[in-house]
Design a protein around this ligand. Structure first.
Ligand code: PNS
Length: 165
């Protein structure tokens, strides 16, 4: 299995500047990068999967991220099934804290056992180390300004959504 193709999976609900930082850096490391919106059964979603995919596409285009970046979504089963289908040998995840290490480690071990897919962790740019989708959801739901934490396309969408336009 090629390790030159990688997948950046996540809920991306919504995409944040931290996500974009990981995507940009992963795109520079691999020949082909799949940014995959995956349904997380453990989380109640704010945005439909198609909306998250569209916001990621706009954000990646506006940020002029270089490289072969494909945005897709997956709700057909295991994440590693998608990775295997596209010939990816690596999953790339951003890791901000010990909490993330504890959350990600079991998934990385399970994914490797399921399909020999390795997980590579990237440390965040300190500027984005405390940004999370859940905090953005909370701030947005209470009418706060999320523009410091999310790509402009997401800020525009959440702002117009909050005003009911
Ligand atoms: O952004 P998130 O919510 O932390 O992403 C978690 C996600 C969606 C990548 C994870 O829940 C996942 O991989 N779901 C797909 C189902 C799967 O393959 N489960 C078995 C391995 S953990």
């Amino acid at each position: 299995m090629s390790s030159r193709i990688a997948v950046v999976p996540g809920s991306f609900d919504p995409p944040t500047l931290g996500h974009l930082d990981v995507i940009r850096r992963a795109a520079s490391l691999y020949d082909e990068l799949h940014v995959l919106v995956v349904h997380n059964p453990g989380k109640e979603a704010m945005l439909p999967i198609a909306q998250r995919q569209s916001l990621l596409e706009q954000s990646i285009a506006e940020a002029e991220i270089e490289g072969d970046v494909i945005v897709a979504s997956w709700s057909m089963g295991l994440l590693v099934d998608y990775a295997t289908d596209v010939g990816a040998g690596v999953l790339v995840k951003g890791i901000r804290s010990q909490v993330d290490v504890a959350y990600e480690t079991p998934m990385a071990i399970v994914n490797r056992h399921l399909a020999h897919v390795e997980t590579v962790f990237l440390l965040p740019d300190p500027a984005h180390a405390l940004v999370s989708s859940s905090l953005v959801r909370q701030v947005a739901s209470l009418g706060g300004d999320v523009s410091p934490f999310v790509p402009p396309a997401v800020a525009r969408f959440l702002d117009t959504g909050a005003r009911g336009i």
